[in-house]
Design a protein. Structure first.
Length: 63
């Protein structure tokens, strides 16, 4: 019974580590998406409709 309890304790630790890593990755992905959105707004405001269209076309062709 003690061995079984120890296995569940280790599994809980691994699950906690997995959830911590997953939540960190999700948070960073959200922040990156927010930063990309802000950068797109900045580019659109600075270049205007025609300039931002050319920029996005060039960016699409390069990537």
């Amino acid at each position: 019974m003690k061995v079984l309890s120890l296995q569940f304790t280790q599994m809980d630790g691994h699950l906690r580590e997995l959830l911590r890593g997953a939540s960190t990755a999700a948070s960073l992905k959200f922040l990156a998406a927010l930063a990309a959105f802000g950068l797109n707004l900045l580019i659109a405001r600075m270049l205007g409709p025609e300039g931002s269209g050319i920029y996005y076309l060039a960016f699409t062709l390069v990537t």
